[in-house]
Design a binder for this molecule. Structure first.
Ligand code: PMP
Length: 402
């Protein structure tokens, strides 16, 4: 893969931080954005900005077409059967909240939701907000970060109403066997939501091959604009679900006495959508598709293996969290007793951007017996020489903290 040529598509990578070249290893939190996506945003603001689905005039029709073409692109990208099953949201978080609050109204009091110990707070708290005695049952994992599927099978009861599991852990990098997880749930007649926030930037996703009922992800983690996410839902379930928010766009007919609702997907898209960013998201999908996930995965895996080997060999007192086979290009670690924040600060001063803290996964931190962790994560534009610079910076930080 010609990383150097792809790097030129990301102007942000050229900047310096404290006089040092930026080495951006916080890709799990958000990735940088290629010029083609920024250009699509600029073009929409300069030439086509008009509210969608509401105008007979040319600009509105143009913008509507751009938005609906993006929806069709997303459908193809995840191999959904029907564009009506693609709902635009603000992000993964809003997509899960939509399902929890809408589908949540259809489940009995005292239902049980199965989640895993490695979930992001976005896949924990929305289920808790259902209230009405709904509780979480938690799939445990082993010390390498692999989910215990035997324990998972034992969690089902006649109260189980949903399984909600992450495709890829944002801390451990574990790629969960979502096909098997879904098949087991379906044997019990239970629907499945997969949190794909960390999967879509690393691997091709086929929702029909997975068989899941809902799949959610954010554009900003896969080289797209902020403010856009996707809820894929199987039509049959979305049809049964009540609207999440009320307002313009989601209605059929309104009177003061009674309102009917629009067809899918609009029933779940109240108000003006983020149409400029949705249109630009399409460019991000085209961009990653043109590079190809085989190339991206191979490149990131090579960086992961190289970085892991060098860190393990050269950084005294290093502990890596998450060693599941086939894990994604995410390295979470601690050095001796050093506070993750101190490690992150010392790396930052050398131009290296990593993330520190609980990574919105406090129950996982508790399972790992730590307060927080340092996380370095790789994207298609990172290079071997950046890994070298990261290891040098880390060695320096480690010796300062020793
Ligand atoms: N789930 C996972 C696994 C994540 O990594 C994140 C983002 N860190 C989210 C959900 C939430 O995504 P967003 O903030 O884009 O809604």
């Amino acid at each position: 893969m010609d990383t150097d040529s792809y790097r030129r598509d990301f102007p942000a990578l050229d900047r310096t931080v404290y006089g040092k070249p930026l080495i951006y290893l916080d890709n799990t939190a958000t990735s940088q954005t290629p010029s083609c996506v920024v250009e699509a945003i600029r073009h929409a603001y300069y030439h086509s900005k008009a509210n969608v689905h509401r105008g007979v005039h040319a600009l509105s029709q143009e913008m509507t077409l751009l938005q609906e073409e993006a929806r069709e692109r997303v459908r193809g990208f995840i191999n959904a059967a029907d564009t009506a099953e693609i709902i635009f949201t603000r992000g993964t978080t809003e997509a899960i909240n939509l399902v929890a609050s809408s589908y949540g109204r259809l489940i009995p009091d005292g239902s049980e939701i199965i989640v895993s110990v490695m979930e992001h707070h976005a896949d924990i708290v929305p289920w808790q907000l259902i209230g009405r005695g709904v509780t979480l049952k938690v799939i445990p994992m082993d010390d390498s970060g692999v989910l215990d599927l035997d324990a998972y099978r034992r969690l089902f009861s006649d109260k189980t109403a949903m399984v909600a599991v992450t495709h890829v852990s944002n801390v451990l990098g574990t790629v969960n066997p979502v096909e098997e997880i879904t098949a087991v749930a379906h044997e019990h007649g239970v629907p499945v939501l997969i949190d794909g926030a960390q999967a879509v930037s690393h691997c091709a996703v086929d929702v029909r091959a997975i068989g899941c009922d809902f799949y959610v992800f954010s554009s900003h983690k896969m080289y797209g604009p902020t403010g856009v996410g996707v809820l894929y839902g199987r039509r049959e379930l979305l049809e049964k679900m009540p609207p999440y928010q009320g307002g313009g766009e989601m209605i059929g007919h309104v009177t003061f006495e009674h309102t009917t609702f629009a067809e899918l997907p609009f029933k779940f898209e109240a108000g003006t959508p983020d149409f400029v960013d949705i249109a630009a998201f399409r460019r991000a999908i085209d961009y990653v598709s043109s590079i190809g996930y085989d190339n991206i995965e191979a490149h990131e895996r090579a960086l992961l293996d190289y970085a892991t080997e060098r860190m393990t060999g050269e950084i005294p007192g290093l502990r890596i969290f998450g060693t599941a086979p086939g894990k994604d290009a995410i390295i979470s670690f601690l050095i001796g007793d050093s506070h993750p924040y101190d490690v992150g600060m010392l790396l930052d001063k050398q131009g290296v951007a990593v993330r520190t803290g609980h990574h919105c996964a406090q129950p996982l931190m508790q399972r790992l017996g730590v307060e927080g962790i340092v996380r370095a994560s790789f994207a298609l534009y990172n290079t071997r020489s950046e890994v070298d610079a990261f290891i040098s910076a880390l060695s320096r930080a480690a010796s300062m903290l020793a």
